[in-house]
Write a protein that binds this ligand. Structure first.
Ligand code: DAK
Length: 258
């Protein structure tokens, strides 16, 4: 399989869907897969037509983790100098909203990749796990930090220290996923949600995402200051004028992302 096929891309209206495509390895995330994913992200982030993204895998596996075979013999300095974490976190740095549509295994780096997205929609058969302790390592791409923020320290401790998976139902109850759907529908539902977001004013969506992200990275005072700055900034956009004018004129706004 050529590298380009490791992640498939499809566009429908203002929504781009990226599909991890290494079925024989349960979408194990190799360096080549990450680079292919980043190439698509770069392209779609620069494309004004794209206003929301969906990241998915197969019904059997969102991703069963980072590629164990690719890192099994690595030394600490090779891991460090490879700067792979900077490549992985490109997903978390995307300014456009990303919905993860997860089915089957979201293990290790797969779970971490899903948590770098903004919203997680799961199929009833999704399973989430941070099983790195079974391999003699620990999570390295957010599995101790984003997971703890999402579900709290006690539940994160249990998941990370035992490596045991949780079901989609548990993930919903813990607040890790937003919604669960039958396997036939989870992807379509994620795409419908992305399409709903894509109808909104794109710069407002982008700045709101930035502000929500800041809530887990800053103090309340800094977060509120960022929120206010972003709120004010939006009054310099054409979409703010259009949105408020459309409300007054009792019609649907036409947002241009300007
Ligand atoms: N890596 C490589 N190959 C994998 C894989 C993985 N993570 N997971 C599955 N595969 C491959 C299997 O080797 C097998 O390949 P063949 O033997 O057929 O060649 C094929 O996928 C099918 O897998 P199974 O035969 O094992 O399928 P089962 O249905 O029996 O079991 C399973 C499914 C998901 C329970 C099992 O495959 C499994 O336990 N997989 C490993 C799960 C795991 O331990 N994941 C965590 C990996 S560590 C970082 C970034 C990321 C990370 C860390 C740092 N930086 C940027 C710094 C993340 C680390 C990890 O994710």
């Amino acid at each position: 399989m050529s590298d380009e096929q490791l992640v498939l891309a499809a566009v429908d209206g203002h929504v781009a869907t990226l599909t991890l495509n290494r079925p024989k390895a349960l979408n194990a995330i190799s360096p080549a897969l990450i680079e292919t994913l980043i190439a698509h992200l770069d392209r779609f982030e620069a494309d004004e037509q794209i206003r929301a993204l969906v990241l998915t895998g197969s019904d059997r596996a969102f991703a069963a983790g980072a590629d164990i075979k690719a890192m099994s013999t690595a030394s600490a300095s090779e891991m460090l100098l490879g700067r792979s974490i900077e490549r992985w976190t490109r997903l978390a740095a995307c300014r456009k909203p990303i919905i993860a549509a997860v089915s089957g295994y979201a293990f290790g780096g797969g779970c971490e990749l899903a948590m770098m997205c903004d919203i997680i929609i799961a199929s009833e058969s999704a399973q989430f796990s941070q099983p790195e302790v079974n391999l003699g390592v620990m999570p390295g791409a957010g599995g101790t930090q984003r997971l703890t923020r999402a579900i709290g320290p006690q539940r994160a401790m249990e998941m990370v220290l035992t490596g045991n998976p949780i079901t989609a139902q548990e993930a919903l109850q813990y607040g890790l996923v937003n919604r669960i759907f039958p396997i036939e529908r989870y992807l379509a539902e994620a795409q419908a949600l992305a399409a709903t977001i894509a109808e909104k004013a794109p710069i407002a969506v982008m700045l709101a995402k930035e502000a929500i992200r800041a809530a887990s990275e800053t103090t309340l005072r800094e977060g509120l200051a960022l929120e206010l700055r972003n709120f004010y900034l939006l009054f310099d956009t054409e979409d703010q004028k259009e949105g408020m004018r459309a409300f007054i004129e009792k019609r649907k706004p036409i947002f241009k992302g300007r």
